[in-house]
Design a protein around this ligand. Structure first.
Ligand code: URA
Ligand code: SF4
Length: 199
């Protein structure tokens, strides 16, 4: 069993916070261990809880469209949430629930070592850039420890507010150019031509 599958198995059996009681299925997250980009939302909603998969409802459809604008497909990236079980009636996750669940997210980050972490909404923003407000920092990447963190609005918020949708679309385009630049910086340079010498 891979380490990521092991985390998923532990999440499915977890009762470390009150959200365990109301869940249909836990939603550990999904994507390849080699993913270079990781997306972190808030918590599962109704559809996610039913299917055990992250971002499969309306917000997920928008996320997939946005990924396409950044030249990314869902199968290339890792997608997860701050809390792995659905809060009742989609209420905000409580600080104690986020704290209890953070060990799983931290381990996922440790295993995947993504180059870029995209935070979706204010809860995942708070994990990496505490005290910052999304309206000010969205679309502006920062280096935090080993990762580049790119804060974005939550796709569900963008579904309800046209101005946020424009912002998030623009932020995904910026992400695309950042990823291209990072890839170019990594391409090995042509070796220097050998100096010919008569001596
Ligand atoms: N919203 C989230 O934050 N996460 C999901 O998985 C789905 C909707
Ligand atoms: Fe465990 Fe996280 Fe689910 Fe709480 S939300 S029961 S900590 S997996």
């Amino acid at each position: 069993m891979s380490d990521l599958q092991d985390i998923a198995r532990r999440v499915a059996a977890c009762t470390d916070c009150g959200l365990a009681k109301g869940r249909t299925r836990a939603v550990p997250g999904e994507g390849p261990e080699q993913a270079q980009v990781m997306f972190i939302g808030e918590g599962p909603g109704y559809n996610e809880d039913q299917q055990g998969r992250p971002f499969v409802g309306a917000a997920g459809q928008l996320l997939e469209q946005l990924l396409a604008t950044a030249g990314l497909s869902r199968s290339q990236v890792f997608i997860t949430n701050m809390v792995k079980c659905r809060p009742p009636n989609n209420r905000d996750p409580l600080p104690g629930e986020i704290a209890a669940c953070s060990k799983y997210l931290d381990r996922q980050i440790e295993l995947i070592k993504p180059k870029v972490i995209v935070t979706l909404g204010r809860y995942s923003l708070g994990k990496f850039l505490p005290g910052q407000t999304i309206g000010k920092v969205h679309g502006k990447p920062r280096t935090v420890g080993q990762q580049v963190v790119c804060p974005m609005y939550h796709p569900a918020a963008a579904l309800h507010q046209a101005s946020l949708k424009k912002d998030i679309e623009q932020d995904f385009k910026t992400l695309a150019s950042q990823l291209r630049e990072a890839a170019q910086a990594e391409t090995p340079k042509e070796p220097e031509p050998k100096q010919m010498s008569m001596f």
